[in-house]
Design a binder for this molecule. Structure first.
Ligand code: PAF
Length: 281
């Protein structure tokens, strides 16, 4: 597989302007969720660029950055089946942050203010900074992101519109383990006991959706927290229901609006997030 440290070298491999280029930005520690993005990108484009870059500015805690999993050789092996169509971009800090490792500041309005935006201060400025840089450097027609990070996805869509990048952002469904746990690079940080407890997150969301809480979100939250409390390995950080348009949390469900549930749960020191559609009433 061809691996490039600079976008300039990588882009010199593009054959013509008629070739469509898809991009899958990642932070490595690849899993089936990433591979589903790569597969879709390969189906929809002539060439696919996968980037692997652990972006320091999106981590609000240094300890979280330091323990973020990474295994470049394994990642390369997982991408090998796509190598006829794929270019791997593995930039260093100098390539991405030539002026020093620092986020830019963005204003995405309400979609950035709650959930991850509130609990991980500066996170979305870091994400937007690196994604804008990666997209400007590679200039793909299409870029692929997973719905597990639903808020991130909305922000990246807003970023490409705001900055007029002319790139289509393609959203891809969450890929889950057989027991329902949403795939995440962080899952490999879980102890066997935490890993066994973690599927309770998705299972509880499924149970919640079957019940009638009379449109009252605090009752849903209490139910979810109660379910999670059955696992001593897990602790809820947040539970929110927000409209999928503005991502503002609500306490009462209104008719005719699409909502999603957003949760963050700690398994020891590892933070897991998940989201499901609540649909309309
Ligand atoms: O979702 C991720 O893995 C990261 O946030 C991204 C989009 C690659 C930016 O670093």
């Amino acid at each position: 597989m061809l691996v490039f440290k600079t976008a300039q070298e990588l882009r010199s491999c593009f054959k013509s302007n008629t070739q469509t280029v898809g991009m899958v930005p990642t932070m490595g520690a690849l899993h089936e969720g990433h591979l589903s993005l790569v597969k879709k990108a390969c189906e929809e484009n002539d060439v696919v660029v996968v980037s692997i870059y652990i972006n320091p500015t999106q981590f609000n805690k240094i300890a979280d950055l330091e323990k973020y999993p990474s295994n470049f050789e394994k990642d390369k092996a997982l991408l090998e089946p796509f190598s006829h169509q794929l270019l791997l971009y593995a930039p260093d800090h100098k390539e991405i942050y030539p002026e020093g490792i620092q986020s830019k500041t963005y204003n995405f309005g309400t979609i950035a203010n709650h959930m991850e935006g509130a609990f991980r201060k500066g996170h979305f400025d870091g994400v937007a900074t690196v994604v804008e840089t990666l997209l400007r450097k590679i200039q793909p027609q299409n870029a692929y992101f997973g719905e597990k990070d639903f808020q991130q996805l909305k922000i990246i869509k807003a970023l490409t519109t705001q900055k007029k990048l002319g790139i289509t952002i393609v959203s891809c469904p969450i890929v889950r383990e057989k027991d329902g746990l949403a795939m995440s690079s962080r899952n490999r940080l879980l102890s066997p006991e935490q890993r066994q407890a973690a599927p309770r997150i998705f299972a509880s969301l499924g149970e919640l959706k079957k019940k009638n809480f009379g449109k009252k979100v605090p009752l849903m939250e209490a139910f979810f927290k109660n379910e999670i409390a059955r696992e001593k390995e897990l602790e809820v950080e947040y539970f929110f229901v927000a409209s999928t348009t503005d991502l503002i949390p609500v306490s009462v469900i209104e008719e005719g609006i699409d909502y999603r549930i957003f949760v963050a749960v700690f398994a020891g020191k590892t933070r897991l997030i998940d989201t499901v559609e609540l649909g309309r009433i």
